[in-house]
Unconditional design. Structure first.
Length: 281
């Protein structure tokens, strides 16, 4: 009689113990974990064991937002999160937060990944681990139509009587204070779009956010919003997801997953599709 191979003995033992009732019953990704060497304490292993990926998000169109017409989540990074869960063969539990609380919730273990478009800052990188990156974007400023003649380029921003309205805890809050120290800054809490309200009410002159975010907001508010020098975004930075430090298996998986996604231009394709919809109204 032929001696069973080591692999054959292992399969037989697993089957006898109830681990494999039928070889075909094990999903491909789960089967690979049997001998993957992934740290059992890693988020990656936990997500596979539980069958659930917990993702935190904050709203900013076109990246991650609630589509009120469809009554559903939408956006470029939302679709990337859905693709990630599909590839991992798990379901997603979403938790909404704000950008100010995004890294706090992650570090507290409220979710496994912050999936919105988080712009890199050295301060954020000290407390959370950026993966990817998925995208890069510059900044644009929105002003009220009544102030449009005053602000032609960013050179007009650094004046003592200029007031910026920014989202508390956003990358722009510290950036603008550094770039334009003579200007005044007021900060609002909650979702990023709320920081544009003082500009709409003409209580502030400028609201600064990511280039695509600014274009989206201006398109949705044509009665008052004007973009300053739209052709020249400033302070270009990476925008991506973050995870907790100390989990190399999870970060390495995500880094390579994102590298593969970007190689196929999937993020770029989604970006172009969403921006085309915005331009069409």
């Amino acid at each position: 009689m032929t001696e069973p191979t080591q692999a054959g003995r292992r399969v037989a033992l697993l089957a006898a113990a109830g681990g494999l009732s039928l070889l075909g019953a094990v999903r491909p990704a789960s089967a690979q974990l049997l001998s993957s060497g992934i740290d059992e304490n890693s988020t990656l292993a936990k997500v596979k064991r539980d069958g659930t990926l917990r993702i935190g998000f904050a709203q900013t169109a076109p990246w991650f937002f609630k589509d009120l017409k469809a009554n559903a989540l939408s956006g470029i990074f939302y679709e990337m999160c859905e693709q990630l869960a599909k590839d991992l063969e798990v379901k997603i539990v979403y938790s909404e937060t704000t950008f100010a609380n995004s890294t706090v919730g992650l570090r507290n273990g409220e979710y496994d990944l912050f999936g919105s478009s988080l712009v890199y800052t050295p301060a954020r990188a000290l407390v959370t681990n950026f993966v990817g990156p998925l995208w890069e974007k510059g900044e644009l400023a929105i002003t009220h139509k009544d102030f449009a003649d005053r602000f032609k380029t960013v050179a007009d921003f650094d004046q003592p009587d200029v007031i910026f309205s920014l989202n508390a805890g956003s990358a722009e809050e510290s950036m603008i204070k550094s770039l334009y120290p003579k200007a005044q800054v007021i900060a609002t809490t909650g979702q990023i779009a709320l920081a544009a309200e003082p500009v709409r009410a003409k209580k502030a002159h400028l609201f600064v956010t990511g280039d695509s975010d600014a274009i989206t907001l201006a398109k949705r508010n044509p009665s008052w919003a004007r973009i300053v020098d739209e052709a020249h975004p400033f302070e270009r930075r990476i925008a991506s997801w973050v995870v907790r430090y100390g989990d190399p298996a999870w970060k390495e998986y995500l880094d390579m997953w994102i590298t593969n996604i970007r190689a196929g231009d999937k993020v770029k394709t989604l970006y172009e599709q969403y921006m085309a919809k915005i331009q069409q109204g």
